[in-house]
Design a protein around this ligand. Sequence first.
Ligand SMILES: Nc1ncnc2c1ncn2[C@@H]1O[C@H](COP(=O)(O)OP(=O)(O)O)[C@@H](O)[C@H]1O
Ligand SMILES: [Mg+2]
Length: 283
Amino acid sequence: MLVWAVASQKGGVGKTTTVATLAGWLQKEKLRVLVVDTDPHASLTSYLGYEDERSEQFNLFDLYAMKDLSREGVLNCITHTAHEGLDLIAASMTLATIDRHLSGRQGVGRILARSLKLIEDCYDVVLIDCPPVLGALMVNALVASTTIIVPTQTEFLALKGLEGMVRTFTVMQRANQSVHFEYLIVPTMYDRRTKASVQSLSYLKTHYRDHIWQESIPVDVSFRESSAKRLPLPLMDETRQGAVSYHRLLKYIVEFELERHPQRVGSKLLEMLERLQYMPDQI
Ligand SMILES: Nc1ncnc2c1ncn2[C@@H]1O[C@H](COP(=O)(O)OP(=O)(O)O)[C@@H](O)[C@H]1O
Ligand SMILES: [Mg+2]
């Protein structure tokens, strides 16, 4: 099972969109995918058509509140969505209080990692949407992941956010020798007609050469339409430019994982890669 945390200390860079779109593609490719919404704003939860106020279902807060983690307890926090194979651990507003709730508890940064380990036979890929603040929720997501995806808007203000995130990885690794982060920067909302976009993409490629996806996600208004319809873009219309770009990204990340964590790449993902080798790109 692969686990991808989608993280950035900056808001509005495309984290939730990245989780929803990659998850939509994985569902279309008939893989078993779990998305975990760790942002108290619950944007991903509502993107998938679930509102926390009306839900009776257990959610991520209940998972963190569990005294003794158990497989059954974790499975109880999962909501099956309308799309077969695409499951959700929903966020709730109460998550905003989690730092206070967890303080003093032992192994507080590994709760999510341990929970996912208990259900690792159930999914091919887990995607974790992070809040833009460095707290217990983000730390848990980072520690649980095999690769961290860092969406970065191609504009200069966002580059600052990226520097902060990379510094966080270094600091956390120094503080705890047992963690090692692999991260992949994904340039988002790229508009080749604007100078700011072109310049910041070229800056990213020079300064983060070994950690960046060499392509980019274009600006595409379809994402707005897709979130208004509560439907990940590949499930709304897979031919839109934005969807096509995320499909290329998906293929790249699985290949990236195959090089770094081959034992974590399940047979269904390998079959998907093989299928995609023979399929011409849709552009
Ligand atoms: N490639 C894109 N092109 C156009 N709009 C986008 C793109 N990616 C995201 N958006 C829009 O930008 C806004 C912020 O994206 P979101 O994924 O919610 O960011 P974050 O989760 O990092 O705060 C949303 O309205 C979303 O629809
Ligand atoms: Mg978000």
